[in-house]
Design a binder for this molecule. Sequence first.
Ligand code: GLY
Length: 366
Amino acid sequence: MAKRKEDRALERNDDLGYPIFVAQNVRDELLAFLRLRGRPSAILCDANRNVRVLAEEIAQAAGNVPVLRFTLGESRKRLATVERVLDAMVGVGVERSSLVLGIGGGVASDLFGFACAVYMRGVRYAHVATSLVAMVDAAIGGKTGVDLREGKNLAGCFRDPIAVFCGVDALETLPAQAFREGLAEIIKAAIIEGGDLFALLEELAPHPSRRWPWLELLPAAIKVKTMAVADDRLEAGARATLNLGHTFAHAIERASNYSITHGNAVALGLRAAGLLALRTGRFSRDEHLRVLTLLALVGLPLQTSLSPDAIFTAMRSDKKKSGGRLRFVLPRAIGDVEYGVECADRTVRAVLGRLAHPPENVRARR
Ligand code: GLY
């Protein structure tokens, strides 16, 4: 059983030079921060109802800050939406010296962060993360940007926020699919980290719940991200470990024409990375099974009817990004991940073929 930390009301991580706060409810911390750093000139928020309500509350409490709402979602993570955000900021008089607050999930942090990075060549930006994906991944590490027709995140820049706020209470109203997407990223972090985080997930996974000990889980998953980013902010090397499962996942998303969502694709990608590591003699069958069991227990998919050829073709078209060669992040053990691994095409194809079949010996959700 994992060793439990004492309950704490507020966790703070400063590894990247800006604070990342995690609390049941971050409103007090956020308002104290704004009193210190200045009233925001605008709040940019996802138009989804729960986010909107939170944005209005914060806007009132911070002194009648204008709230600018945008309908988001992966299909709207485009330059056209950025232009609307920029126009709206001009409309409420955001200046170069302004602070802007963004509220929403992963798409919001990528897109609002990018808009603020380019608005008047850059205004200060803080983000209130309302989804699991944003809390443990998207809002942290300074990657901002949008999708192009040709692929995801093809336009953007690195630009750090001045603070990130993660309020656990936002998870209560998160749609089930978005919740699972976040769990896939947390499981990825646990494979990279191993240790207490993986053990805690193994303890919790048989009972998926919004009431997990988030004040323990989120800071641990965030730590995995900040440690990888702190050493390699611009992803010249070790930050790539965060892409565990993602070479497969991005290809699966593309091959499915994005009908397979990112979190589900990451789960399939983690299975594929484990299989490839097994076949190349890196990973043990027992640890591979422990990973698959975690994914299955929280309700993530391990099997797809997509054709292996379609996934492989999507992977080959992605390889242009890395000097013409496919490179993988593969587990050597739970808690030990290798990046930049090249594998023979026939081995990769064999792994993709396995994704059409359910894994053996994996305990499904009760
Ligand atoms: N999501 C992976 C990274 O931030 O590098």
